[in-house]
Design a protein around this ligand. Structure first.
Ligand code: HMG
Ligand code: MG
Length: 297
């Protein structure tokens, strides 16, 4: 198996949105700039959600103003509604991501609405993005289980993914928000969605709560997906998803993909060094096995 997987680095957004202790804006900017230097092509830089809901990322505009954007690297940001879109554009964002979920209970807690209403809310964002030439990614959360509802029918995942795609999202990221999935189920979920949305337009986003994220992504890459989200040092979690712990660590993903003969364009040494730097800044343990191993090597 030889080819290329695009790693979407989400630590500056997913990684930092759930940190208990405040992170200085300068450190957020330094994180994005360090990640930019590793060869990553997509770095989710921050989030223009309500600062009351996610105070950790209230400085989104300052982060966007401070980062050095490299040519060939995209810096998408999360937006939940038109207000977020306007803020993101004013801050210079040229790519955005909208987000909803396959389970009603989670959408209610995370964005205070229903699945249908969330998608209706995206329609004017999509229209503005189309006329601005802004690329829009769409996230579907809780694809393998919901912290409030429990099991999530596959048909619901497929339906929401299909709607986001039909609305104009050119990439749909399928999120195992609370990391409960296992490889066979992850693969089944991916293939069920791929029957309705071209697999080239799909990405996978695994949290590692139960230690399954790397196995899940391996199963999905073998099934044909070529975009995978991850967060350096295994940071991450959603403040509105009980039990959501860190994302799949980017270092572990890149090490595995390179070992499978799949290119990423990422300099693993530089990525691992960034992970260690981030852990020092956050005063937390490194959630990447590869990062730990390379530190001891
Ligand atoms: P609401 O309270 O229902 O919103 O929240 P509202 O429209 O009634 O507005 C209430 C107040 O918020 C108003 O201010 C608005 O102006 C303001 P007030 O008049 O009271 O002073 N407001 C905003 N301010 C700044 N930027 C905005 C914005 N929108 C409204 N964009 C809302 C609804 C969607 C805003 C809220 O629920 C929210 O921001 N939720 C975000 C939650 C979140 O960020 N979760 C984490 C990201 S999702 C995730 O992590 C999963 C993912 O990683 C994939 C996976 O793992 O599965 C992507
Ligand atoms: Mg996430």
């Amino acid at each position: 198996m030889s080819d290329f997987v695009r790693v979407v680095e989400v630590a500056p957004r997913d990684g930092l949105q759930n940190e208990a202790t405040p992170v200085a804006t300068a450190d957020k900017i330094a994180l994005v700039d360090r990640l930019s230097a590793t060869g990553l092509r997509s770095i989710e830089a921050t989030s223009f959600v309500s600062p009351r809901w996610v105070p950790q990322l209230a400085d989104a505009a300052e982060v966007m103003a401070g980062i050095a954007r490299l040519p060939g690297v995209s810096y998408p940001v999360l937006v939940p509604n038109e207000q977020g879109y306007a803020r993101a554009r004013a801050a210079g964002a040229t790519e955005v991501a909208v987000f909803t979920a396959a389970s009603e209970a989670f959408v209610q807690r995370n964005i205070n609405t229903t699945i249908d209403a969330s998608i209706e809310r995206f329609a004017p964002v999509m229209a503005r993005a189309a006329s601005d030439g802004v690329r829009v990614r769409g996230y579907v959360s809780t694809v393998l289980g919901c912290p409030y509802q429990g099991a999530v029918p596959l048909a619901d995942v497929v339906r929401v993914a299909r709607r986001l795609h039909a609305l104009g999202c050119d990439e749909i990221s399928l999120g195992d928000t609370i990391g409960v999935g296992t490889p066979r189920r992850a693969r089944e979920m991916l293939l069920a969605v791929a029957a309705e949305v071209p697999i080239a337009a799909l990405a996978v986003h695994f949290h590692d709560t139960y230690g399954q994220a790397l196995a899940n992504v391996a199963a999905c890459v073998e099934a044909g997906v070529r975009v995978a989200d991850a967060a350096v040092a295994g940071t991450g979690g959603c403040p509105y998803a009980r039990g959501a712990s860190g994302n799949l660590a980017s270092e572990d993903l890149v090490y595995m993909l390179h070992g499978m003969g799949i290119g990423t364009g990422v300099d693993l040494e530089a990525l691992a060094a960034t992970g260690r730097w981030l852990c020092e800044r956050l005063g937390r343990a490194n959630g990447s096995k590869v990062g730990q191993a390379m530190a001891g090597a």
